[in-house]
Design a protein around this ligand. Structure first.
Ligand code: FAD
Length: 425
């Protein structure tokens, strides 16, 4: 009897069908695939800072993204197996139970994520099963860069210049239209959230919603084409595509965003907002590659062990005021409240609230980063920790951190008058 080859596709932060090389390859190399998502309790634990590793708003976004992926597979006649537990325990069990030949997944760069992959790899190896790694989170593939990871320029502008000159952004993989699924009786239930928040979330998770948002953003006449400069811009929020949460969960691929922006540029011409999106995607890549190159050394200069400046209780009170938006400084407080309510604030607001915590309240940047990790719906380890480290004067590119404490510049970024800065009074 011919043995049918089954491949288990382990989904993590890659919750999409489009531009998913891992999925396309698994379909091509197997007789049937078993798509799996594992809700890992370690991701919702409390941290030593008293924050959650993933707060309710992001848990909700993730749940919606998984429900959407499941529904996409159902439309193709299959499903997504949803489990709760540790992948290093559950995946080997599935391999044995369903006679799986190989396991595919996307490689991550965060220390916790890589550690989990290493545990999975070890356990699978005991069964003589290979864990195949794919790269699918960045705009530029690591192997397409004009330098090996160890030689990636630490200075962002050099990284940008050389990458744009010598590397190409590959075309997207098409979403599969036909998939053979391994047959299963019980595909598992999505875990319930204790408190799913309001019925009207700010941004909904999932590939479908992400693509709708991206297409609406690029539609003729949308905000992305409006050029408001000079005095007219005062008081208006700075442009923000709000694509980050879908990018962070992998509901949108950075290449899909890139190519759709390029199409729109061909039709309507380039503009400042398109440049901002494309530049943002490069920063995103840069931080992931920096994490890969330096690991935790990236944070050396930003001091992981912060010397406490105020007595413990006083610091705790100040930190709580910052978290709850009760510092007495209206701009900071409004943004912190917005963060708590929606899980999102734009880049200049993150810069300002982070600067305030570190330089005005003199509280360790690590506490702020842990709070953002809890609250942000777009939390991504490399983007969050590296951006915080840069505001705190760390990172490997001394030029990028130089303006972190330039409040005048930050107020300009927010389209606010520096004279109104509550921080300088
Ligand atoms: C203290 C601090 C913490 C941050 N934490 C995160 C985080 O956890 N996750 C996250 O995705 N971004 C983080 N950022 C970066 C940035 O603020 C957000 O990516 C951006 O605000 C998302 O809004 P947007 O989608 O409208 O961005 P746009 O300006 O429209 O940019 C398009 C995309 O580029 C990427 N991008 C833009 N700027 C950056 C940047 N500086 N670093 C990395 N990627 C970038 C994002 O994926 C974004 O969606 C942080 C910034 C600071 C200062």
């Amino acid at each position: 009897m011919i043995k049918l080859k089954k491949i288990l596709v382990w989904f993590r932060n890659d919750l999409r069908l489009h531009d998913n090389e891992m999925l396309v390859e698994a379909i091509a190399k197997s007789d049937s695939i078993l798509p799996v998502y594992v809700f890992d309790p370690r991701y919702v634990e409390q941290t030593t800072h008293g924050t959650l590793k993933s707060g309710l708003l992001r848990q909700k976004f993730l749940r919606e993204s998984i429900a959407d992926l499941r529904s996409s597979f159902q439309k193709l006649g299959g499903n997504l197996l949803v489990l709760e537990g540790r992948p290093e325990e559950l995946l080997p069990e599935l391999v044995e139970r369903y006679d799986i030949a190989e396991v595919y997944h996307h490689r991550e760069v965060g220390p916790e994520e890589t550690e989990i992959s290493a545990h999975v790899e070890d356990q699978l190896w005991k069964l003589r099963i290979n864990l195949r790694h794919f790269i699918g989170h960045t705009l530029y593939n690591k192997e397409d860069l004009p330098f090996p990871i160890k030689d990636i320029p630490d200075v962002f502008t050099q990284f940008k210049k050389k990458t744009e000159r010598d590397a190409i952004v590959k075309a997207c993989f098409l979403a599969p239209e036909v998939i053979n699924f391994t047959e299963l009786e019980d595909w598992g239930e999505l875990p319930l959230l204790n408190d799913a928040g309001g019925e009207d979330p700010f941004l909904r998770g999932g590939e479908r919603e992400g693509l709708l948002h991206l297409n609406a953003l690029l539609e003729e006449g949308s905000l992305v084409y409006q050029k408001i400069q000079g005095k007219a811009a005062a008081g208006l929020p700075a442009f923000s595509s709000k694509l980050s949460a879908w990018l962070a969960h992998g509901c949108l691929s950075p290449r899909m965003v890139y190519w759709l922006v390029k199409d729109a540029e061909d039709k309507f011409g380039t503009n400042q907002n398109f440049n901002q999106i494309l530049l943002g995607l490069l920063w995103r890549d840069y931080f992931r590659f920096m994490f890969k190159k330096h690991g935790l050394d990236f944070f050396n200069d930003a001091q992981l062990d912060f010397e406490q400046s105020s007595p413990e209780q006083e610091e705790k009170d100040l930190l709580d005021q910052w978290k709850q938006g009760r510092t007495g400084h209206p701009v900071v407080d409004n943004y912190m409240k917005e963060l708590n309510e929606t899980g999102f604030i734009p880049y200049p607001a993150r810069l300002l609230t982070a600067t305030f915590l570190i330089y005005i309240l003199k509280i360790s940047w690590v506490r702020g980063a842990a709070y953002f990790q809890d609250k942000l719906i777009d939390y991504a380890p490399a983007s969050n920790w590296c951006n915080w480290a840069i505001v705190a004067g760390g990172g490997k590119d001394q030029r990028s951190g130089k303006n972190a404490f330039d409040l005048e510049k930050q107020f300009k970024l927010l389209n606010l008058d520096p004279e109104d800065s509550p921080l300088v009074n």
